[in-house]
Design a protein around this ligand. Structure first.
Ligand code: FAD
Length: 396
């Protein structure tokens, strides 16, 4: 039957697409349908990550999606020092993800511009009244405001622009954090990716207590940054904005209770993101790999697998949530950069494991040892749960 598949995935964003790609690669015997409400698979994003975030066995697939590969490491800049770290960095634009999905799945299995209105363990209903039946259903439709209301924390918000310049910028590697810029609204830094000799992606980012994003002001600051570097901008080829949760705590059981019982959740909808950076690429790859390698792909088995995966992720995320509490609860907005300034001075392998969400016990002790960059008493009281940031719900 044309409308019956082994697996149906609701949401063709990063996580849903990676699951589809991983399954097509490792389980070509299974038929897969991918349903996306937006006009294109992946939407309009550039996803970046450290090459070491991705386990060896998953690298071939993920590396194949990258449009930019910087093997010469990356820079961080703080008021007290500048440092070059050697970890390779990668970027995947959504167009590459969409192209890979189009190659991996039969045309009729990719449903763009079709909103899912309901799903259950046997299938997916769409806004046009049609239904896809499947043995296994996966919900990868991203986060909702209702889900966020069960988490505590603050926000990482940003606006980014791809600039084409009149002359080469001569930047050879990414600047993952340039915190030498004027500090505003919590912790501010600029992120710079040199895509080609005359093309550079510049993002103005804030670790903020408030959710509201004044995109025009941020875009104007990017213009100022470009001007400050003496660049003449010929064209702006891509713009994106984001407001991502930085999670300090919350009621994970309630967060998990959203959605349909017996249907697997994936991606940020499953809580699978790094609490402090809000990046989800490493977790999305890990889950896609686990799903592709699973013995059974019926809804009940997939729901059990993803539930266990998400619960383990929340447990290991405790350390990152604690650091987020330090950042938001113990440091005054203007002093927040000191937490990151101290962190980036640590051992490079520790920084790598941190981004991949693989910090060891020793790493955690190392991050916490020594002279804290925030007032000791304030830090202690925040860690004990006093004065920590409240729920994300209702924060403007
Ligand atoms: C601008 C931006 C930049 C980011 N950059 C990075 C980065 O560089 N590195 C990184 O690791 N993380 C990054 N993140 C964070 C995170 O990784 C992304 O948000 C990532 O896209 C989350 O993946 P996901 O698949 O869980 O959700 P999404 O990618 O948001 O996918 C959910 C999909 O479901 C679709 N959908 C929703 N409702 C329905 C429905 N009813 N029916 C059908 N489809 C539906 C949406 O249209 C969407 O395509 C970024 C986030 C943003 C917003």
């Amino acid at each position: 039957m044309a409308n019956r598949y082994d697996i149906a995935i609701a949401g063709g964003g990063l996580s849903g697409s990676l699951i589809a790609l991983m399954l097509a690669d490792r389980r070509p015997d299974l038929s897969i349908a991918l349903v996306e409400a937006g006009p294109a698979i992946g939407g309009n994003h550039v996803w970046s990550f450290f090459a070491t975030d991705i386990a060896e066995e998953n690298r071939t697939l993920v590396e194949g999606l990258a449009a930019a590969r910087w093997n010469g490491g990356y820079d961080v800049r703080f008021p007290a020092y500048r440092r070059t770290l050697s970890t390779p960095y990668r970027s995947i634009p959504s167009e590459n993800l969409a192209e890979a999905v189009a190659k991996a799945l039969p045309a009729g299995a990719i449903h763009t511009g079709r909103a899912v209105t309901a799903l259950d363990p046997e299938g997916i209903d769409m806004a046009d009244g049609s239904r896809i039946e499947a043995g296994g259903v996966i919900d990868a439709r991203g986060l909702t405001r209702e889900m966020l209301a069960d988490l505590d924390g603050g926000w990482q918000k940003f606006a980014g622009v791809m600039l084409r310049l009149a002359t080469p910028h001569k930047i050879t590697r990414p600047i993952v954090m340039d915190a030498t810029v004027q500090q505003k609204d919590g912790y501010r830094f600029v992120y710079v990716l040199p895509f080609s000799a005359d093309e550079v992606f510049v993002e103005d980012t804030y670790y903020s207590d408030t959710r509201s994003l004044d995109a025009e002001t941020l875009f104007a600051r990017i213009d100022d940054y470009a001007q400050g570097r003496g660049w003449t901008v010929v064209e702006k080829t891509r713009k994106e904005t984001g407001v991502l949760p930085v999670v300090t705590g919350g009621d994970f059981a309630r967060f998990r209770s959203h959605g349909v019982s017996g249907v697997a959740k994936a991606g940020v909808r499953a809580g699978l993101f790094q609490p402090l950076t809000s990046y989800s690429m490493p977790d999305a790859v890990r889950l896609a790999s686990a799903i592709a390698d699973a013995d059974a792909h019926d809804s009940a088995s997939l729901a059990a697998l993803t539930e266990a995966h998400a619960a383990a992720h929340w447990r290991t995320g405790g350390f990152y949530r604690m650091l987020a509490r330090m950042l938001f609860g113990a440091a005054q907005g203007r002093d927040r950069y000191k937490v990151l300034q101290r962190f980036y001075a640590l051992d490079e392998a520790l920084v790598e494991r941190f981004y991949a969400g693989n910090s060891t016990l020793f790493d955690k002790l190392r991050v916490l040892a020594g002279k804290p960059p925030v007032p000791v008493l304030k830090a202690a009281s925040v860690l004990a749960g006093f004065g920590a940031p409240g729920p994300l719900r209702g924060k403007k």
